[in-house]
Design a protein around this ligand. Sequence first.
Ligand SMILES: Nc1nc2c(ncn2[C@@H]2O[C@H](COP(=O)(O)OP(=O)(O)OP(=O)(O)O)[C@@H](O)[C@H]2O)c(=O)[nH]1
Ligand SMILES: [Mg+2]
Length: 230
Amino acid sequence: MLAKPPTSIPAPEGGIIRRAPPTGILRLATFLTGKQLLIVGPSSAGKTKFAQYLRLGLLDPEGKREMTYAVTEWPTFVIQMGQHGLILNIRRAVDTPGQVGPLQQASLVGKHRPHLLIIVLDCTKTVENSSQWLALFASRLDTVLRFNWAARRRLTNLMVLLNKRDKVGGRKPVLLTEAVRRILKDNLSVVLSASRAAAVPILECVSVQSPLGTTLIDQVIAELVRQLVE
Ligand SMILES: Nc1nc2c(ncn2[C@@H]2O[C@H](COP(=O)(O)OP(=O)(O)OP(=O)(O)O)[C@@H](O)[C@H]2O)c(=O)[nH]1
Ligand SMILES: [Mg+2]
């Protein structure tokens, strides 16, 4: 059972985040002008839980595991942020199965050509474990983008989520953040430019119900909206 949906939730800076499925002509407009998102990351990192909150504003309790077996496309939806609001039209959000591995997931960037790539890592894994996954992914992504000019041109934004922040207590994931920054710099500085690789947001996140509430995940969504709304 899903948790009861909040109709609207406070965003950072005192604003409001709302979701709405577009109807009628707005649906067509959202499809035509909307942004495409691709969510990747290791198995069980929290990709599907994040995608669910992004689209519906719903957080499940921890532990409700439903492994994703196939690439799943979430159709058009709209996120509105702030009282008078930035409006982000999302044409498609694509959730990927972690079990296919980092190389296959990087190939999906070439296939789906997202505007925004969201890489979800799991804070509870060792830095070595996450680094190994990310290095393989980023190195293959570099190759994919070098050879797929259309995907490279469309990919305007990347973000890395350090998910399951609630599981590591008061400790900030400093070492993981540093490792992620280094791997992005080493692998993506040429294909994205050094300044873009250095500016990729690395954000802590919690994608289930927890005592930390929705502050972190709302900050992630606020950043995502800011990045994609020109
Ligand atoms: N404590 C905690 N648990 C989380 C968080 N995000 C996800 N989980 C749990 O982690 C498990 C996996 O979450 P999913 O969203 O299914 O992970 P996934 O990345 O989609 O996994 P695959 O589809 O197998 O690739 C579930 O049991 C969730 O309840 C989080 O931020 N904190
Ligand atoms: Mg999943």
